[in-house]
Design a protein around this ligand. Structure first.
Ligand code: AP5
Ligand code: MG
Length: 232
């Protein structure tokens, strides 16, 4: 059985931060569709350069392109013990496609963590975020160069205040329904993301371990019991 995790949440919720840390701690690959797209843009990949036009406006890239990227990534052997998805799925169509991929893999359930943060805090975080121009890593607050590669720190192209509002709107319209798609599963958990990063990390660890442990057996308990399992 693999440990298969999806980190969900609106722009700025800390999906990438928590997915990266958890993946490092557990020796699992972090699969971030946003990071993969930005890396492909840096490499001047033609499909990614086309996708960039949408990303820079805060819109979603089409399902077919994104599903193909994830399907290909999930065939790599390093995903056999599991993976941590960040930023995928973000439409119900992507969630349905992922379920089909998971059924083919037959390597354990999906643990879904929804990171919840109030909108004004999301806007604040994205307004002050800097990333490395070279490797794309989020900068530590108060630093003047990338802690990973020493690269120059810049504002992410889609962190412009108008684009952030558009991203939040699209999240509500396209991605919130994905939470409803998953909510009744015994492996769905909600974490308060508006706490200190270490506190969120502590809660995420606990919830993932608990959800993974209950994943197989709780399925038999049916959806009624599960909806009561949303954590504090
Ligand atoms: P993507 O890269 O996934 O961006 P996003 O969902 O908008 O989310 P962010 O990366 O901005 O936020 P995050 O939740 O990862 O937060 P982070 O940890 O960085 O997608 C970008 C674009 O690519 C999309 O708009 C779309 O165009 C395209 N795309 C990607 N996937 C797609 C898909 N599946 N389908 C279609 N299109 C797709 O944290 C944010 C900031 O807050 C950081 O500065 C961080 O240091 C700070 N922070 C984190 N945690 C805390 C905390 N607890 N307290 C205080 N500050 C914190
Ligand atoms: Mg991110």
């Amino acid at each position: 059985m693999g440990l298969n995790v999806i980190m969900m949440g609106p722009p700025g919720a800390g999906k990438g931060t928590q997915a990266g840390r958890f993946a490092r701690d557990r020796g699992l690959p972090k699969i971030s569709t946003g990071d993969m797209l930005r890396e492909a843009i840096r490499e001047q990949n033609p499909v990614a350069l086309e996708a960039r036009k949408l990303m820079d406006r805060g819109e979603l890239v089409d399902d077919a392109t994104i599903i193909a990227i994830v399907r290909d990534r999930l065939t790599k052997p390093d995903t056999r013990p599991g993976f941590v998805l960040d930023g995928f799925p973000r439409t119900v169509g992507q969630a349905v496609a992922l379920d089909a991929l998971m059924a083919e893999r037959a390597r354990g359930p999906l643990v879904v963590i929804d990171v919840v943060v109030p909108e004004q805090e999301l806007v604040r975080r994205l307004g002050s975020r800097r990333i490395c121009d070279g490797c794309g890593t989020n900068a530590e607050p108060g630093t003047t160069a990338c802690g990973t590669c020493g690269g120059e720190l810049v504002t992410r192209a889609d962190d412009d205040s108008q684009v952030v509002l558009e991203r939040l709107k699209i999240y509500e319209r396209a991605t919130r329904p994905v939470l409803e798609y998953y909510r009744a599963r015994p492996t769905f958990r909600t974490v308060n993301g508006a706490q200190a990063e270490e506190r969120v990390a502590h809660d995420v660890d606990r919830m993932i371990d608990d959800a993974a442990a209950s994943g197989g057996s709780a399925r038999a308990a049916g959806p009624g019991r599960v909806s009561a399992r949303v954590a504090e």
